[in-house]
Design a protein around this ligand. Structure first.
Ligand SMILES: [Zn+2]
Length: 202
């Protein structure tokens, strides 16, 4: 059977490694990159290279950043006594978009999921504990998704921090159960933050 030239095959293979991209979509994207504006295809490749080479984890909050410490962590105008814990950088943007939160963040890059082999270590939760220990943190707001692993992560963090002089709260579940924080609109997000409750451990 005839197949694509090797250079096209390579692009299709690489596109297929992306989440949600099957072989048909990968083929269509590769063809589109070739057929349409070649300059645009080169610009896409360059921008991916530039992103991968320049983005690192912020040393404090682990959000993606071009500097060692991100703009928010470095900003003198943020309230340094509150940390909002989110699963993903997209969730951080959802909280920022709501426009009312002035504190700092901690990005886990996932949630505890034994089935997927994701534990506290993968999420660098010890970094968060170290910050609470070292900085003058009064409140940790947990804004993980309202699903099984998001809830498990919230309880896990609350337990780790229970002996510290810090309030650990959970955003209100105005966000529908099973929904994603990252998809919440500004009003839902504002209400979820405003209605947060202290986590009471049994
Ligand atoms: Zn940061």
């Amino acid at each position: 059977m005839k197949s694509y030239p090797d250079s096209i095959k390579k692009v299709i293979e690489n596109l297929q490694k992306l989440p949600g991209i099957g072989v048909k979509t990968a083929e269509r994207l590769a063809m589109s990159l070739l057929r349409k504006n070649k300059k645009q295809a080169i610009a896409l490749a360059d921008s991916i290279k530039n992103m991968v080479e320049n983005i690192k984890y912020c040393a404090k909050c682990r959000n993606f950043s071009e500097n060692d410490v991100c703009e928010i962590c470095a900003s003198p105008s943020r309230d340094k006594s509150v940390i909002c814990v989110v699963e993903k950088p997209e969730d951080f943007f959802a909280v920022e978009r709501a426009g009312e939160y002035r504190g700092l963040y901690f990005v886990l890059h996932g949630s505890i999921s034994p089935i997927e082999g994701i534990g506290a270590e993968e999420l660098a939760i010890d970094y968060l504990v170290k910050r609470v220990k070292a900085e003058e943190i009064k409140e940790v707001i947990i804004a993980t998704d309202p699903d099984v692993s998001g809830e498990a992560t919230a309880i896990y963090i609350a337990k780790l921090l229970q002996d510290f002089d810090v309030v650990v709260s959970r955003i209100a579940l105005g966000i529908p159960a099973g929904g994603h924080i990252g998809y919440a609109d500004e009003i839902t997000m504002s209400r979820a933050l405003e209605g947060r409750r202290r986590i009471i451990l049994e």
